[in-house]
Every structure is written in C-alpha cells, then in structure tokens.
Design a protein around this ligand. Structure first.
Ligand SMILES: [Zn+2]
Ligand SMILES: [Zn+2]
Ligand SMILES: [Zn+2]
Ligand SMILES: [Zn+2]
Length: 224
C-alpha cells in the first residue's frame, strides 16, 4: 500500500501545512486570531491521531469546561461512530468509560463526567479506545493551553488531514471501497468496478472515508 499523503488543512484559513508547521501555524493563524479574540476562558489545543494509522489526525480546540463525554462525542461524530460501541479514555493511569460497570464504580471504572480542566494539563499524552471488539485506538496530546473568549461550542475542529488517496489493489485507479472482511492486516481497497468482482461480495464493502476507522465494523463516515 502506498504511504498516505501527510498534509493538514487549517480549518480557519484553508491553507495546508506539514505535521510540524501546522502546530506553529495554529498559534499564529490570522483568521483564527480574528475569530478568537483574547479572553479569560481556558482552552486546550489537543492533537488526535490514529495509533496505528497516524496519517489521520485532527487538531481540536477544547474548552477546559468541556467534559470527557463532550470529547468522546466529538470523536464519535467525526471519526468513529458506527453502532454505538463502548469507549474509554486512559489518562494518567485512570480509565474513564462511556458506560462504566456499576459494580466497579468505586474501584477503577469512572464515567466521563470529568471536566477537561480536572484531568488534562499541557504536554499530557493520553489514549482513547472506541469499540472493545474491533478497536480503533487513538493517541491524544495536549499541545498547548490558551485563553480566549467564552463561546458556545465546547470542542472545535481547528485542522485535519486531507483525505488520503488510495489506489485500487486490482487496477490502480482511485479506490472508493474497502472490504471489511479482508482488511485485517492491510486495507483491501477497490475501485467501483473491481469491488463487483471481489470474492467477499459487495455487502462486505465499506466506503473509503477520512478516518482511522475506515473499513472497520460498519463504519461509513461522518454524517452531516
Ligand atoms: Zn490558518
Ligand atoms: Zn460497529
Ligand atoms: Zn480497480
Ligand atoms: Zn474481501
């Protein structure tokens, strides 16, 4: 499989940057500065990447008053949600579950009500898992902390990778479908024509989408 292109687009000004440059850009983007005048509310700049599919990345601006539940919902909406699976954050040796086991409540299994300001700090790296069967694992990092005016949205998408372009494994044309059955070790990608010939049948095909959960379970991309 060809290595996916690693370009990240700033959501404010639309310009595309490399992995290192985007971090500095987000702090200096003039369009972002205009939309986010200085204020007294605390915000975290959080980088999210697929643990095994690092070409997928997002840069989020999350209010310190947002909860882990808000962050969970954002990740589900943009990247993950297929059938309402369970999810979990692992932060500094603690776990925070979307559906905690009531019998373990006072041992380890916490829910996601905690506010970000109570669990995150600058430089902290933490993990997230969606679906404990066909798990999609993400690694998150608090890149910086800043002050801004109060706003309604708790989590805002600042930047995201451009959709990688994949080639059909049969003919080399741009792939549009991925076989969920064959995609365990390597993605089995096909164009619209070749997927009709594929032995697993068209029922097993999922659309090529811009997410580290592409080709997994029943994931069909974000609905908007
Ligand atoms: Zn920008
Ligand atoms: Zn599912
Ligand atoms: Zn093809
Ligand atoms: Zn297949």
């Amino acid at each position: 499989m060809k290595k996916a292109k690693q370009s990240i687009r700033c959501n404010y000004c639309g310009e595309v940057f490399g992995k290192i440059a985007i971090k500095r850009h987000l702090e200096n983007c003039n369009v972002r500065k205009e939309q986010n005048p200085p204020g007294r509310e605390l915000y975290y700049c959080i980088q999210v990447k697929g643990l095994y599919r690092k070409e997928y990345c997002m840069y989020l601006d999350a209010s310190a008053n947002a909860s882990l539940k808000d962050l969970d919902q954002f990740l589900r909406d943009k990247w993950l949600e297929c059938c309402g699976h369970l999810s979990m954050f692992s932060i500094g040796g603690e776990t925070y579950d979307s559906h905690p086991d009531p019998y373990l409540m006072y041992e380890r299994n916490r829910d996601m009500k905690a506010k970000l300001k109570d669990v995150l700090s600058e430089g902290l790296e933490f993990m997230y898992e969606y679906d404990f069967g066909s798990t999609t694992e993400l690694v998150l990092k608090v890149l910086s902390v800043s002050l801004g005016v109060k706003r309604k949205e708790r989590v805002v998408l600042m930047a995201r990778n451009l959709p990688p372009v994949f080639a059909c494994v049969e003919c080399g044309e741009p792939a549009t479908q991925v076989c969920a059955e064959c995609s365990y070790e390597e993605l089995a990608l096909y164009c619209d024509e070749c997927c009709k010939e594929h032995e697993c049948g068209e029922d097993m095909m999922l659309p090529v989408v811009n997410s580290p959960r592409m080709g997994v379970c029943a994931y069909c991309g974000e609905d908007d």
